[in-house]
Design a protein around this ligand. Structure first.
Ligand SMILES: C[S@@+](CC[C@H](N)C(=O)[O-])C[C@H]1O[C@@H](n2cnc3c(N)ncnc32)[C@H](O)[C@@H]1O
Length: 141
């Protein structure tokens, strides 16, 4: 997931690991270990750092669909969203969110309910739960 900061990122990584993510990543900001990641996710699954969106984009596996998680008028509401089998979810930072330039290059945009931004770790955790629930409720092995 993208260049989130503060303690949120540790919370997000912890959820990602517990909910079966294959890898985690940051764009434009290296991750410094945080107390909120009690699982030390970066020791369990790969953590990649990308300098910018282009580097991230160019290094995704071919079949991966890049899904932006953002409040946007073009977004599909989470209730109606079908998760691709092979998806990489991109979340924005707490200050600016994801730019329109980035949103245009993603394969899909999904929005959670509400007209006001959720905390990024909360948004990511709800999204991952929704993916697991819609794909049969089993955590990936
Ligand atoms: C705190 S929000 C960014 C808020 C930013 N200040 C803005 O106004 O766009 C951080 C990130 O959480 C995710 N997020 C928060 N609420 C969301 C929602 N309702 N739907 C989808 N993503 C959400 C997005 O990835 C967003 O970029």
């Amino acid at each position: 997931m993208n260049n989130v900061n503060g303690l949120n990122i540790g919370t997000l990584w912890r959820s990602a690991y517990i909910m079966g993510a294959s890898y985690i990543f940051t764009i434009d900001k290296k991750y410094k270990s945080q107390m909120s990641d009690v699982t030390k996710t970066w020791k369990k699954i790969p953590l990649y750092h990308y300098k910018n969106f282009d580097e991230f984009y160019d290094n995704q596996p071919t079949a991966t669909r890049i899904i932006a998680v953002e409040l946007d008028e073009k977004a599909t509401m989470l209730a109606d969203f079908e998760h691709p089998n092979q998806a990489c979810y991109l979340l924005g930072n707490e200050q600016a969110g994801l730019s329109q330039k980035v949103l245009k290059r993603c394969h899909g945009i999904v929005q959670l309910p509400g007209n006001f931004s959720l905390n990024v770790a909360v948004a990511g955790s709800i999204l991952m739960y929704d993916r697991i629930a819609k794909l049969g409720g089993e955590l990936p092995q």
